[in-house]
Structure formats: structure tokens, C-alpha cells
Design a protein around this ligand. Structure first.
Ligand code: ADP
Length: 311
């Protein structure tokens, strides 16, 4: 059965320094999987969605690690392309004085070399929802073109387009990011920015104003993610805030990706939007309670249990 949810972007293996200190001082690393859109498909699959991923990988051991991850998680990776001339991206995380430092080795990666010709058009047309992000667009000009082509293919085929701006100013300057991100948001059905990203992109402050701003660009549904405060839903029918779940958050990385995936799974199941937001808030909250991203992404029963507690 072809996947209902297809995402497109760059996966990267994560090396997280085991001890506090600079990267130069690090002696041991915890290895994990990262990349926002890969996190998204893993979360979608854990939450009960039929998910597939498109990317390009190097012909290396990191690629094998990802292929095994997706196989183990039930994410379809049958259309992933391997490029023997390029490498799979990686990044390092170090911690000092409460701050995290990220060092990336992704420029020239196999994923960043993707072009519109690589796209599995039938795969996208056969899905019900396509998920892309600003990071997928920021990694290279050809990846940006690929995302626009994928979005156009999805729209022509009546496939819902789900978009997370995921602003990374290390990858592109704000003025270019804003132009591309807002152009893409205008073509999406669901737009799911985080509060900080939306503030930087628009210069607006209040979540309600941000919801209205993105709604005015054209999508049917906007959800602004508010971290521990939960989320704000904006549709032409109105704007409403949904409080976050009270949890012991220790590492929020990946919470936004899990939120997006949960919302998409709920929406495809035909749930009312309010239920989708609560489900997504619960999935995001649970992801923030574990270290690392993939290990912390909850499965459906954990999310249901948290939802049941709050009633
Ligand atoms: P991003 O990871 O994109 O920056 P957020 O930090 O806003 O996004 O988190 C995404 C979602 O995860 C939030 O909207 C919320 O539902 C949930 N979440 C994140 N942090 C917490 C927290 N400390 N407590 C409860 N829920 C959280």
C-alpha cells in the first residue's frame, strides 16, 4: 500500500557529546538520528500514519543507519535515492554553560544535491498529504526548486500540502528565507510555524496576529506552536488557543516535528481540528520529556494516555 503521508527533506546523523564541554574537549558521543522531516515521518508512523520519505543519501554507513531506522519504524523508504558520489549529512552537538552548540557537515551532502528530476512524482501524487519544511528549501538552490516542484505536483493532484517554516538562519539570510517561506506558505493547506520562527519572519509579536498573518497568505489552517503554552489554531472560522500539557520537559528538540506529524495524522483521520490540536500538543509535550529526538517521540498509546489524564 502506498504511503498516505510523504515527506521530503534531509536526514542527518547526530553526534551528541556525552560530557559537557567544547567539541574539541569531547571524547565520546551519543549517536542519534536527526533532520526535521525524517523526525516527522518517524513520528507519523509511531502515531499510526502510513508514512513514506523521499531524500537522497550517500553510499555510506550513515545511509545504512537511516535505512534501518525507517525500516524498523515502518516508514516506507523505497523511493530514497543513493548517490555514490556524495555523503549523508551529519552534525555534532556540544553543551557548555546551559547552551547547545551545533556544528554541521551538510554542505554538498547527497540530500542538498537533490533536483526536481529526482522527485518520485507518482509517489507524491499517490499520497494524501505532502510535508515539507523551510529547512528542505534552505539547504541548496536545487533543493529549494525541488520543494517547489513537489508542492506544485501535490497541488495539481489534490494532495494536501503541510508546511513547517522551520527557520534556520545559519542556512540562509532572513530576507531570502522570508520571501521563500511566505511564498510556500501561500501554496500550502496547513502551515505550522513555531512562535519564535513566526515572530522573526513577520516582525509581529502576538500569537493571534501571527495566526491571522499566515491565514491571510492563503492556507486553510494555521497552527502556531507556543512551546509549553501549547498552540494557537487559526482558521477562517476563528482563532483559538489550546493550553499545553503539563510535563517535565528536559529536551524539546523534535517536539515541533512530532507536533506536526500528530496534527497531520489526526487531520487525515478526519478529526475535528480541536481534537487534532490537542493530540498534537500531547505528542509534542511527550517528545519534550525524553533526551534526543527519535527516542523521545511517543507512540499512539502514550499520547492517548496523556489525553485521557487531562479530561
Ligand atoms: P519547535 O520544536 O518547532 O520549536 P515548540 O518548542 O513550540 O516547537 O514545541 C512544539 C510543541 O510541543 C508545542 O506547541 C507544544 O505542543 C509541545 N511542547 C513543547 N515544549 C513543551 C513543554 N515544555 N511542555 C508542554 N508541551 C510542550
Amino acid at each position: 500500500m502506498p504511503p498516505e503521508i510523504v515527506a521530503l527533506g534531509e536526514p542527518m546523523l547526530e553526534f551528541n557529546a556525552a560530557e559537557e564541554g567544547t567539541l574539541a574537549e569531547a571524547r565520546g558521543f551519543l549517536v542519534g538520528w536527526g533532520g526535521d522531516t525524517s523526525n516527522f515521518v518517524v513520528a507519523a508512523a509511531r502515531l499510526g500514519g502510513r508514512a513514506g520519505y523521499f531524500t537522497r543519501l550517500g553510499d555510506d554507513e550513515f545511509a545504512e543507519s537511516f535505512l534501518k531506522l525507517w525500516r524498523d519504524e515502518g516508514v516506507d523508504a523505497s523511493r530514497v535515492v543513493k548517490d555514490p558520489k556524495a555523503f549523508t549529512g551529519i552534525y555534532f552537538i556540544s553543551r557548555k554553560g546551559g547552551d547547545h552548540y551545533f556544528t554541521y557537515f551538510r554542505r554538498g551532502s547527497a540530500a542538498s544535491l537533490m533536483t526536481p528530476d529526482d522527485l518520485p512524482a507518482d509517489y507524491i501524487r499517490g499520497a494524501r498529504l505532502l510535508h515539507v519544511s523551510g529547512i528542505s528549501q534552505a539547504i541548496s538552490l536545487s533543493a529549494c526548486d525541488t520543494v517547489f516542484t513537489a508542492v506544485a505536483l501535490a497541488r495539481e493532484a489534490g494532495v494536501l500540502v503541510c508546511y513547517d517554516p522551520n527557520l534556520r538562519l545559519k542556512l540562509w539570510p532572513l530576507s531570502r528565507a522570508r520571501a521563500i517561506i511566505h511564498q510556500t506558505a501561500a501554496q500550502a493547506d496547513l502551515v505550522l510555524p513555531s512562535l519564535e520562527d513566526a515572530r522573526q519572519l513577520t516582525g509581529l509579536e502576538a500569537p493571534e496576529d501571527l495566526g491571522r498573518f499566515y491565514l491571510d497568505l492563503g492556507p486553510r489552517i494555521v497552527v502556531v506552536k507556543l512551546g509549553a503554552e501549547g498552540a494557537l489554531l487559526a482558521t477562517p472560522a476563528g482563532i483559538e488557543r489550546f493550553p499545553g500539557f503539563k510535563v517535565q520537559a528536559i529536551d524539546t528538540s523534535g517536539a515541533g516535528d512530532a507536533f506536526d506529524a500528530a496534527f497531520a495524522v489526526g487531520h487525515l483521520a478526519g478529526w475535528p481540528l480541536e481534537r487534532c490540536v490537542r493530540f498534537a500538543n500531547a505528542a509534542g509535550a511527550l517528545t519534550s520529556t525524553g533526551l534526543g529526538v527519535v527516542g523521545a517521540i511517543p507512540r499512539r498509546p502514550q499520547v492517548e494516555a496523556l489525553l485521557a489524564q487531562e479530561v
